[in-house]
Design a protein around this ligand. Structure first.
Ligand SMILES: Nc1ncnc2c1ncn2[C@@H]1O[C@H](COP(=O)(O)OP(=O)(O)O)[C@@H](O)[C@H]1O
Ligand code: SF4
Ligand SMILES: [Mg+2]
Length: 337
């Protein structure tokens, strides 16, 4: 990981993307996202980690205006490059998406159309947002394909998605996301399905493009090794809320929320051999069975009666926040009733 050029705590004033008090509800069921704040600055990588079902994808889809499900209600304030985003009306984000902000997914076929040649799809992504000729669009497609390490790009342009390997499809999807030089890239588990060699290449590629262009990246992953490798800051999500956030060093070396401590295993370390999330006994409660107060209380080994009240995300050190009544832990445990 390269040091972030500005300040790793990302003061809101310089944030490219700011999200305040995001709340998402599907139909008549309970809220699945309940008051999430996020900020990411140019050149910075924010990792979002958490078990399956924590709300990582729903959060990022809402920010991209891609959560178009019927009956979905999105509340909260968001700003992108000083401009207010109306998350409640995903259509209002159509002009930004694929242009100044782009997203890549675990499964590239989510973004690739199986019926069209690769070159036509990337060129079309250019022509959707830029007033250029067909020839210029194809030249840009070819250029980005080379930059993301696609060999024989002229030949690849004529191929269909099913003719490519998984790793190559992933590169094509990244090329398509980056062809218009977005200021923000949201990557939702983009390497989870790939073998480790390809995964490492893709991570290097994203980091390199980020350095070259000062792009802000929100990187969603299960893999703590990946967080240590690519991220400056990390937000740990649990059941639709942020449990803990801070710099990678703060959260890995000095975790303060019992959930984070559980995920990191008993001996948190930035350099240890552990790369996967450790298993925390139990599972994320469904929105319908969410406990009152601290949502982690059904699994927390330290739960107390007070935990029936919702803990605030409190600042413990500059930029390091945790939502636990008893943080900082080493000072409180043992004395708590
Ligand atoms: N279209 C939907 N309708 C109803 N509930 C949904 C929908 N999409 C996601 N959810 C719920 O939102 C929660 C968060 O899901 P998700 O963001 O996919 O988690 P993650 O990406 O962290 O694994 C889950 O409880 C999931 O069941
Ligand atoms: S508030 Fe209580 S239940 Fe929640 S993480 Fe802290 S100790 Fe555990
Ligand atoms: Mg997901």
């Amino acid at each position: 990981m390269t040091p972030h050029p500005t300040n790793v705590t990302g003061t809101p004033a310089e944030a490219l993307l700011k999200v305040r008090d995001l709340r998402i509800t599907f139909g008549n069921s309970a809220e699945v996202i309940s008051g999430v704040d996020l900020a990411v600055t140019p050149g910075e990588t924010l990792a979002i980690v958490g078990e399956s079902g924590s709300g990582k994808s729903v959060t990022s889809l809402a920010v991209m205006g891609l959560l178009g499900a019927k009956g979905v209600r999105i509340e909260g304030a968001a700003e992108f490059d000083g401009q207010r985003l109306n998350l409640a009306h995903p259509d209002s984000l159509t002009g930004l998406r694929g242009d100044r902000m782009a997203m890549i997914f675990q499964e590239p076929m989510t973004s690739l159309n199986p019926a069209f040649r690769i070159g036509d799809q990337i060129a079309e992504a250019v022509r959707c947002h830029r007033d250029v000729t067909e020839a210029e669009a194809r030249a840009r497609a070819l250029d980005i394909m080379r930059k993301v390490g696609i060999s024989a790009p002229e030949r690849r342009m004529r191929q269909y998605p099913h003719e490519l390997s998984g790793g190559m499809r992933q590169r094509v999807m990244i090329a398509m996301a980056l062809v218009n030089e977005p200021a923000l890239l949201i990557a939702d588990e983009p390497t989870t399905a790939l073998d480790v060699t390809i995964q490492a290449q893709i991570l290097d590629l994203i980091s390199q493009l980020q350095r070259d262009r000062g792009m802000a990246v929100v990187f969603i992953t299960h893999d703590l090794g990946v967080v240590a490798q690519v991220a400056h800051r990390v937000a740990v999500m649990y059941a639709g809320r942020i449990a803990e956030t801070g710099t990678v060093e703060q959260v890995f070396n000095d975790p303060q929320h019992p959930y984070t401590i559980g995920l990191l295993g008993s001996i948190p370390s930035l350099t240890g051999p552990r790369t996967r999330l450790a298993t925390v006994p139990g599972s994320v409660p469904s929105p319908a069975e969410m406990p009152k107060g601290c949502r982690f209380s059904t699994r927390c080994p330290f739960a107390q009666p007070k935990c029936a009240e919702q803990p605030r995300l409190r600042e413990l050190a500059a930029g390091h926040r945790a939502a636990c009544h008893y943080a900082p832990l080493e000072l409180s445990f043992g004395t708590a009733a």
